[in-house]
Design a protein. Structure first.
Length: 276
């Protein structure tokens, strides 16, 4: 019964999500307050539906569902939608909300149409601990924050090119300025780095205590530390003046793409990681 309810809710959610993105795009073209309100409330309804589905899985599994790749993807989409709503309410940045939800919708499609299914945890109940929970949730949270940095980087490039071409008309009036997008990039990365670092520390601690055989050279571990190193290097070289604004934006985009690769490919190739 729960599975059937979830299936119907997911179908409803996908339709609403797609409509929300369409209305945001129409708002970009027409600049209509009525269309914008419809788009926003569609996304809010998507969030409520996602939360309901998440709650049903918590009731069914008697745990927070983040212990597999499919569960992690769903929680990641929920975080992106949550952050987009917060940005809309506080900062009124329409383009930010639109691009963030494009990423969320893409991951939702992967979640729904892939062959991945919700299953029982790949580890025994005795190995599920607070340490593991903190490791996984903080990792997903850092990926969500890095997605925001990616969106700010894309917006920076758009604003830069609009200003360069001197075509800053009504259509682009809701774009943030260069300073805001650069600040958003930096603050997102500043926030994501310590969260990911904490996640890796807890992950290594959990593996050391709970697993008999594991290697620090596992693909997932090395990929995660590589992501941390790249983001840290981007910030460091920008601070030292060796990465100018445009280069900083492009490197932020590259770093997020590497994060996505590590999110999926690293989990698939890992010899012991839970997300398989």
């Amino acid at each position: 019964m729960v599975d059937l309810t979830v299936a119907r809710l997911q179908e409803f959610m996908i339709v609403l999500y797609a409509l929300g993105l369409v209305f945001y795009f129409i708002d970009y073209l027409k600049k209509s307050k009525a269309v914008h309100r419809i788009a926003f409330w569609l996304i809010v309804t998507v969030w409520l539906t996602q939360t309901a589905i998440l709650s049903l899985y918590i009731i069914q599994m008697k745990r927070f569902p983040v212990l597999s790749l499919v569960e992690g993807i769903y929680f990641y989409v929920w975080l992106l939608v949550t952050l987009s709503i917060v940005f809309q309410l506080i900062y009124k940045v329409n383009f930010m909300v639109f691009f963030t939800n494009i990423i969320g919708f893409a991951f939702l499609m992967i979640h729904v149409f892939s062959n991945l299914k919700y299953t029982a945890s790949t580890v025994g109940d005795s190995l599920i601990s607070e340490v593991l929970f903190v490791h996984i949730t903080s990792a997903i949270l850092s990926y969500a924050v890095f997605a925001l940095a990616f969106v700010f980087a894309v917006l920076y490039l758009i604003v830069y090119n609009v200003l360069k071409s001197k075509k800053f008309g009504k259509r682009f009036s809701s774009l943030p300025n260069l300073h805001q997008t650069m600040t958003g990039m930096k603050m997102s990365i500043y926030t994501g780095i310590p969260i990911l670092f904490v996640s890796l520390l807890f992950g290594v601690q959990w593996a050391y205590v709970a697993l008999e055989h594991w290697s620090p050279f596992d693909v997932k571990i090395m990929g995660s530390f590589a992501v941390l190193l790249i983001y840290s290097s981007v910030i460091y070289f920008n601070y030292k003046g060796k990465l100018q604004s445009m280069e900083f934006a492009w490197m932020t985009i590259f770093a997020f793409l590497l994060t996505v690769v590590n999110f999926f490919l690293g989990s698939t190739l890992s010899q012991f990681h839970l997300w398989i």
